[in-house]
Design a protein around this ligand. Structure first.
Ligand code: CP3
Length: 358
């Protein structure tokens, strides 16, 4: 049994391979889960989606959301179950209008000034998040003891970008302008989002989540100066708060397209693992593995191709990472981003069977 220096203070072995790996205990297999493992590539998800056409209502329905969370585990037996919800539940519960429109994605009524912030209300959190905590409870009841329950939220910058731009953005013009002008509105919005995300994560942990992942999907958008000020700093505040109330909970941070910026930033977050996207350079991933468990990073496009191509790409990624430079297991397999809706289920199945053999 190997221990490593990314350890939490007094880690305990839980016989849950994913959680144990994050706590520095070696296992004989590489733990794995996939971002967006519950979703449209699964026929059983599409069947439930037919019954509930409103995506927000689906996220807020504990019976359906816990069933969806468990669907991929039943089929593929991953090591981790990720709560079925969305990063945009936070603005929804705060009081911003959020709609998911088929084939267009999310649409939000933009919030762009101090006055707009009056539409948000932190008092709604306690009641608003309750159905999601109920989903976590119900999911945990249906999970085997060897599985790890993963909770999540979006990174502050990523969620703020949706709230301000009102949709997935091409160039982040509005939020960048506000950041570059050091707008007090940005500081005020970030303060609200840190507060809401902190409460949301604490509630998920109380309900049974054993690991937290923070999705900073649009981290790769900023120069060094602004990356530090508007991405790392709010993340650091959120993480330090969570660590002081829940030191035992490992945190995975997924700074998409920004692991190099992070490596060179000189700042170190109090996280156990870093999620790597598909563009990460192998030397960078090895370097990060000195400080953290690394998670990633098969390009989800491979799942659209065929077994042979999936196998060679998977082996190529795993080989240099399965043991770190001191021969410790500090690696969790995942994709570099979410599974695409047009991924053939048999390709996902092939990948899972391969991972179980490796
Ligand atoms: O990973 C999982 O299986 C857990 C559930 C989960 C969803 N979204 C479900 C979902 C998680 C962890 C997320 C995170 C999320 N949501 C992120 C961060 C990760 C990433 O992908 O970068 C972001 C940026 C969002 C915002 C979001 N939600 C967008 C842009 C969209 C539309 C794009 C799309 O794929 O349709 C969503 C919708 C969404 N979230 C779906 C699912 C299963 C599809 C909804 C449907 O039509 O059924």
């Amino acid at each position: 049994m190997e221990k490593t220096e990314v350890l939490l203070k007094n880690p305990v072995r839980h016989n849950r391979p994913l959680l144990d790996c994050l706590n520095g205990f070696a296992g004989d297999k590489i733990p794995f889960w996939f971002m967006r493992q519950a979703g449209r590539y699964l026929p059983e998800y599409r069947a439930i989606r037919q019954k509930e056409k409103n995506f927000i209502q689906l996220c807020l329905n504990p019976d359906l959301a816990s069933e969806i969370t468990l669907q991929p585990i039943r089929r593929f037996d991953m090591d981790g179950a990720i709560l079925f919800s969305d990063i945009l539940i936070v603005p929804h519960v705060l009081g911003q209008r959020v709609d998911f429109i088929e084939s267009l994605g999310p649409r939000l009524e933009p919030i762009r000034s101090l006055q707009d912030l009056q539409r948000l209300n932190l008092d709604r959190l306690a009641d608003g998040f309750n159905p999601i905590y109920q989903t976590v409870k119900q999911t945990c009841e249906g999970l085997a003891n060897s599985k790890t329950m993963i909770g999540f939220c979006g990174g502050i910058w990523t969620v703020a970008s949706y709230m301000i731009e009102g949709q997935s953005s091409k160039n982040y013009e509005t939020i960048k302008r506000l950041c570059y002008l050091d707008s007090p509105f940005i500081t005020a919005l970030f303060t609200i989002l840190i507060e809401a995300s902190y409460h949301y994560l604490c509630g998920q942990i109380k309900a049974g989540c054993q690991v937290i992942q923070i999705f900073e999907s649009w981290a790769g958008q900023m120069d060094d100066h602004n990356f530090k000020n508007y991405i790392l700093k709010p993340t650091e505040i959120l993480i330090n708060r969570l660590k002081s109330s829940h030191p035992e909970i490992p945190i995975i941070w997924f700074p998409k397209n920004a692991s190099e910026s992070y490596l060179h930033s000189g700042l170190k977050l109090n996280i156990q693992a870093i999620g790597l996207d598909s563009t990460v350079n192998q030397a960078t991933s090895r370097q990060l593995q000195k400080d953290y468990v690394v998670q990633g990073y098969l390009d989800p496009i491979y799942l659209l191709i065929d077994a042979k191509t999936i196998e060679s790409a998977t082996r190529r990624i795993i080989e240099p990472l399965r043991l770190d430079s001191k021969n410790n297991s500090r690696y969790i397999f995942n994709l570099g981003h979410g599974i695409l809706p047009n991924s053939p289920v048999e390709n996902v199945e092939f990948l899972v069977n391969l991972l179980k053999k490796l």
